[in-house]
Ligand binder design. Sequence first.
Ligand code: FAD
Length: 382
Amino acid sequence: MISFQLTPEQQALKEMVAKYVQGEVLPVAAKYDESSEFPHEVIHKAWEIGIMNIAVPQKFGGLGLGVLDDVIINEELGAGCLGIGTSIAVNTLGLYPILLFGTDEQIQRLVGPFLEKPLLASFCLTEPGAGSDAASLTTTAKDMGDHYLLNGSKMWITNAGHASLYSVFCTTDKALKGKGICCLAVDAKSPGITLGRHENKLGQRASDTRAITFENVKVPKENLIGKVGEGFKVALKTLDRTRASIAASAVGAARAALQHSIRYSKERKQFNQPISQFQAIQFMLADMATKVEAGRALCYRAGSLIDEGFDEDGNLASAHAKRFSADMAMEVATDAVQIFGGYGYTKDYPVEKIMRDVKLVQIYEGTSQIQRVVIARNILKD
Ligand SMILES: Cc1cc2nc3c(=O)[nH]c(=O)nc-3n(C[C@H](O)[C@H](O)[C@H](O)COP(=O)(O)OP(=O)(O)OC[C@H]3O[C@@H](n4cnc5c(N)ncnc54)[C@H](O)[C@@H]3O)c2cc1C
């Protein structure tokens, strides 16, 4: 028997995040979209209510919540503002390498401070020349005995300008490609780090995205996460745990676009009747609703499988969830703009922002094409 009901705890979590979104995110979402400033106060509030570091195990003082809990949180955040939601979600992404592969001492020393005050982490994998083909990264870590010397550039790093800790993927031997990669936890204040400009993006403008350059940055050996050569596995295992949540944020954004469309279609009159009376509009709304339901079901399934320890099935389910939900949200948001007609094309109504914001979910954390590559490889294997 499969249950699709949330537990009382999960329901309470969903309601708590929805209340936070209603009170703290929605009132300022348009402002931060317009200014592209970093929403410090909104993020601090998220930390106060405990949704910033949810994956930290209880034995280290965290909540020890699972992927399905993160899915629930991210659907609600996505329904409020994807840019603000991404800033929160990427913190989890930045800490997961340490939580999954770090020693107890590393978790206490590096992640512990995130429970004491509202700090942020970044996940630094992508480079100017290594996007979808992340294993071809060229940032180098040279073994200097008691420390590594880090050199290279990262691109499109979320939270880069505000993070105190970077999980950086680099190579000790470029010739080994994926097998030479390691993961280093890097103090953002280390000498030799230069941040690029805050990128002027189409959407998710409340999130901070920058390039980072490392020039002879000294990283103590005790900040090596996992083993040398294990870094690519660290990156993939991390992304396996966050993909369903990112997909859920798109489900939330699509849900918001649908809700705005339902409300507007009942208010807007043409030909002496609300446009919701036209079957063409009704069918668009019906299709949008089915798509949102399907996206959520895929995300719940992926999150549940990973939480229950079915990693392989969970990873495939996460690729399905990410591919479908990102593409679905783009379709639903585009339909929402259509239902709003000319008004939908202006910043006076919220649906154009959702359309701009969801586009990014088709690109980051593995593009929709790369998710298809993963799915195809899986279904075609002997
Ligand atoms: C706003 C923003 C925030 C981001 N945040 C982070 C972050 O915090 N940390 C981080 O490490 N990265 C981050 N990224 C990087 C993101 O994950 C990459 O942009 C993404 O993986 C794609 O890489 P690329 O942009 O280099 O595109 P490319 O890899 O150059 O791809 C270009 C096009 O080719 C397609 N393509 C590539 N390879 C294949 C293939 N084998 N088969 C079919 N099609 C293919 C892609 O799907 C895409 O359509 C962020 C990106 C953006 C835009």
